[in-house]
Write a protein that binds this ligand. Structure first.
Ligand code: RIB
Length: 275
């Protein structure tokens, strides 16, 4: 058994606390952590991830949860293996490291978004995606594009921008010029930023443009119009990650653990049938 099993310290690395999806994950972990578990959270941009890992290890963590991809995965893998520190990945569909992982059915999520817009009669569909696409987002995008292609359609434009509300806001003009009647934004934040931009230009959502987001963060039901989105079960994801890593600390010989979450569409006001 590992040293910290009685009262383990678990380090959690996420891209940023400012991204609502990850803030929700952090909150869910805090709410669901058994009393004996100590959690240490760190927000780390891509280039800082390795130093964050090393500094958490220096602080004596017994296990790690990675909510973002690790670029130099082989080196990190060996480093953690040598020190008997198990880790789990979430919000990643990668199997390069083959550790324990919590995955969402991203391909299915993309399919749901596309099917919704197709059912509403949209054919001119634009995509808003982040500059830095992670592999789970590629799957999300692929599910969306494949579903369009089954109907002989393609996105009329794919705009790349920052993964933020500002990012969504910045592509407003490009979306308007594209003539799209519907947009799939790869997360709620970009969708909400775009809605703000469209409102400023006097474009009515959903009368002129329908918008689907992704995540179902709590903003989605408070913006005007409320946002149709693909719901990720963040609370369950956070709780499951903790449960899985504690399980690993208690039973080191367990085979690789994977838990997959299905996603669903929440139909709100931002999407509407094409007239
Ligand atoms: O909102 C942050 C996004 O990045 C989420 O969709 C999450 O899945 C991540 O990949």
């Amino acid at each position: 058994k590992l040293k910290g099993v009685q009262s383990p310290m678990i380090g959690v690395i996420i891209p940023s606390f400012r991204i609502p999806f990850f803030a929700d994950i952090v909150q869910s972990m805090q709410l669901n952590a058994p009393e004996r578990v100590n959690l240490v959270f760190m927000g780390a941009e891509n280039e800082k991830i390795e130093s964050s890992i090393y500094s958490l290890v220096e602080r004596g963590v017994d296990a790690l949860i990675f909510g973002r991809p690790i670029p130099n995965h082989q080196e990190v893998n060996e480093f953690l293996k040598k020190r008997d520190i198990p880790f789990l990945v979430l919000d990643q569909n990668t199997d390069v490291l083959a550790p324990d992982r919590i995955v969402a059915d991203e391909f299915g999520g993309g399919m749901l978004a596309a099917a919704h817009l197709l059912n509403l009669g949209h054919k001119k569909i634009a995509i808003v995606k982040p500059n830095e696409m992670t592999d789970n987002m590629f799957l999300r995008l692929e599910g969306f594009i494949r579903t369009l292609s089954r109907e002989g359609l393609k996105p009329i434009i794919q705009c790349q921008t920052l993964l933020s509300k500002h990012g969504g806001l910045h592509v407003t003009d490009t979306i308007i010029k594209s003539g799209a009647t519907a947009v799939f934004a790869l997360n709620d934040e970009m969708a909400i930023g775009l809605m703000r931009g469209l409102a400023k230009q006097g474009i009515d959502v959903p009368a002129q443009i329908s918008i689907v987001g992704y995540d179902d963060t709590d903003y989605a039901e408070f913006v005007t119009p409320t946002l149709t989105t693909i719901a990720q079960p963040v609370k369950e994801i956070g709780a499951a990650a903790l449960h899985m890593i504690v399980n690993r600390l208690e039973q080191t010989n367990l085979p690789q653990q994977t838990e997959t979450f299905e996603l669903h569409l929440v139909h709100r006001e931002s999407t509407k049938a094409l007239n």
